[in-house]
Design a protein around this ligand. Structure first.
Ligand code: FAD
Length: 325
């Protein structure tokens, strides 16, 4: 069976997001003898070709139109639709990121494709592609077997391992000219203002240190930032902490915030409400620090520390500094 897979690359500030490499691995796994193509948009698209080919792309379609340097719904939608028309894929993958979540339903609706969103695993079973996705806020998983025909899937970051880089691989490269009429663009980006400091991207972070209302103030987040720095982690928060204005909503994890699946999640002063668990309970190892031994967060934690976070977190940071720095 020959199946052609297309990955829509997710590029931020000129860098490939890691989930694009995870999409390449998923496509390579289910395509068997088919061709894995990746489409990459923006002026610096050609700089990313080598890395994409090392991580599993057989063909790279570059679209270097400068109107695609920053994400806008209208420009990306038009560009991706033209890439799809040109490459005629059977299966399309992209990351379940802000970009993927915005553009994928629009593409699926335009092309009348089935869309399986937020997948955590993709397999091939008896000739069918089987997508696994969480339901009921992560309490259960559903498997969807897709028969022949075109399908589009978004993959949750940090769930499917990228392939080992093979530096001997090189992909066929094609530049595609796309038509994006100025009067079709309903938004124009004039300036980018980041709400959070530059650092590790929360949704792709391997380690997350998260604070809740127990952190008590904006200054109370400082020990968490220090721990995060030693670990190379991203800082996240509960909605309780965001509502109390201890930090920006960009850090919120949970049902109405970001969904994260890091290797290690350290919850500090977070009670473990169901809406918070929806965003982090699939983390591989969960450590909870809470002074209430009855806190619900301990029910999902692999390691629990009953104690005051203002004592425990600095102690952890000091110990880890000895070992890691
Ligand atoms: P609290 O529940 O107040 O818990 C604070 C914890 O800190 C307590 O367990 C306490 O024992 C501990 N603590 C206090 N001081 C210390 C100390 N010095 N050391 C150690 N521990 C200490 N919440 C989310 O997080 N994400 C969401 O996306 C989200 N979406 C929601 C959507 C809806 C529709 C609704 C209704 C709610 C949503 N919530 C969400 C809110 C959620 O229900 C909880 O209110 C929120 O998660 C509580 O935040 P918290 O755990 O930080 O605060």
């Amino acid at each position: 069976m020959s199946k052609n897979g297309l990955v829509l690359a997710d590029v931020r500030d000129g860098e490939l997001r890691h989930v694009t490499l995870e999409c390449l691995a998923a496509a390579s796994q289910v395509m068997e003898d088919g061709v894995v193509t990746v489409a990459v948009l923006g002026s610096n698209a050609k700089d990313l070709v080598e890395k994409l080919s090392h991580y599993g792309a057989d063909r790279v379609v570059t679209v270097t139109n400068p109107k695609l340097d920053q994400y806008t719904t209208d420009a990306y939608l038009q560009a991706f639709l033209q890439v799809i028309e040109k490459t005629d894929p059977d299966v399309i993958f992209t990351g379940h990121t802000a970009v993927g979540r915005d553009v994928s339903p629009r593409i699926a609706a335009r092309l009348q494709l089935g869309l399986v969103s937020d997948c955590t695993a993709v397999d091939r079973v008896d000739g069918k592609i089987v997508f696994t996705r969480p339901i009921y806020a992560g309490k259960a998983f559903v498997k969807k077997a897709v028969r022949e025909g075109e399908v589009f899937a978004t993959l949750r970051p940090n769930n499917i391992a990228a392939l080992e880089a093979d530096t001997s691989r090189s992909a066929v490269v094609e530049e595609l000219d796309v038509t994006i009429a100025d009067d079709s663009l309903r938004t124009l980006i004039k300036e980018l203002v980041r709400k959070t400091a530059d650092g590790v991207d929360l949704s792709e972070a391997r380690i997350v240190v998260a604070g809740g209302r127990g952190v008590k103030s904006a200054e109370g987040f400082q020990p968490l930032y220090e721990l995060a720095e030693v670990l190379g982690a991203a800082v996240g928060a509960s909605r309780g902490a965001c509502d109390a204005e201890y930090c920006d909503y960009a850090l919120q994890i949970g049902q109405t915030g970001k969904v994260v699946t890091p290797d290690l999640y350290i919850a500090c002063g977070i009670s473990g409400a169901i809406q918070h668990l929806a965003g982090m309970s699939n983390s591989k190892v969960i450590v909870a620090i809470n002074k209430d031994p009855e806190a619900s967060i301990f029910s999902v934690a692999d390691y629990g520390i009953v104690g005051d976070l203002f004592e425990v977190v600095p102690m952890l940071t000091a110990e880890l500094k000895e070992v890691l720095v």
